[in-house]
Write a protein of this length. Structure first.
Ligand code: NAD
Length: 251
């Protein structure tokens, strides 16, 4: 018996590092997966990985910044499964820019992907999320909601806002038995961090500051998400789970 048997999961950014691994891990535990990414090829590769692991999956190309595409995505899930038990708001981008030089366009772009998309999916997906009476939303925040790196201020602000939004939604959505939690990963080696972690001095500096002395593996994040999404976390809502090898507690 799987820990997510009979559950339907929508995972955004499913073509990326964490999104792909979450899709595979959740499917192995019995969930039916809607794997969404704006990159069609990467979404399809994820679907292949899930199918190879014996899972039930549907890859869908959706740009989560598009109101219309979100509406048709939810309509499609409604017609194919008529319920949604797990929503993982995982798609995101980063930007490297000094706060004082951030343009209106950069600001709007990162807000649209990292924050507004999660708000819309959580708001408009509620009618599907409340069907089973035991569903949950997990928002991918970051340790950067609390600790900061130069030139990542806009990214940090979106991640802090996601934490706040998760807590506010948890209070409201409890009435529908929809739990809302968030994850705060530390550094992991994915496409998002590829450029920065290619620098040996940066790698060493980050590892020296991480008590467990390694980067997060996508599985570390997927297993934390699996726990929060499962019924084992039935009494946990509005909570943030840090998965960073101790990095953010060390001075
Ligand atoms: N990698 C890390 O070190 C790290 C650390 C903390 C938090 N996070 C967070 O974890 C999540 C996943 O990170 P990752 O490292 O797997 O990133 P990634 O860059 O590997 O994957 C992100 C995926 O999101 C997709 N995406 C981007 N914009 C989209 C849009 N508008 N519509 C649909 N899909 C879109 C991309 O195509 C990509 O496949 C993000 O929210 C990120 O901020 C990552």
């Amino acid at each position: 018996m799987g820990r997510l048997d009979n559950k339907v999961a929508l995972i955004t950014g499913a073509g990326g590092g964490f999104g792909r691994t979450m899709s595979v891990v959740f499917a192995r535990e019995g969930a039916r997966i809607f794997a969404v990414d704006r990159d069609e090829d990467r979404a399809r590769e994820t679907a292949e990985a899930v199918a190879k692991a014996g899972g039930d999956v549907r890859a869908i190309r959706t740009d989560v910044t598009s109101k219309e595409e979100i509406a048709s995505l939810l309509k499609m899930i409604e017609s194919e499964s008529s319920q949604l038990d797990i929503l993982i708001n995982n798609a995101a981008i980063t930007q490297r820019e000094d706060f004082r030089h951030t343009t209106d366009e950069q600001w709007q772009e990162i807000l649209d992907v990292n924050l507004t998309a999660a708000m819309r999916l959580s708001r408009d997906g509620l009618s599907l999320l409340k069907v089973s009476g035991k569903s949950s939303i997990i928002n991918l925040s970051s340790i950067m909601a609390r600790v900061h790196v130069r030139q990542l201020s806009a990214y940090s602000m979106t991640k802090a806002a996601l934490a706040g939004m998760s807590r506010a939604m948890a209070v409201e959505y409890a009435a529908f038995n929809v739990r809302v939690n968030y994850l705060c990963p530390g550094y992991a080696e994915t496409a998002m961090t590829d450029r920065i972690l290619r620098n040996p001095a940066v790698r060493k500096g980050l590892l020296d500051r991480t008590p467990l002395n390694r980067f997060a593996a996508p599985e570390d994040i997927a297993h934390a998400a699996l726990f929060l999404a499962s019924d084992e976390a039935a009494f946990i809502t509005g909570e943030g789970l840090t998965v960073d090898g101790g990095m953010s507690i060390q001075l």
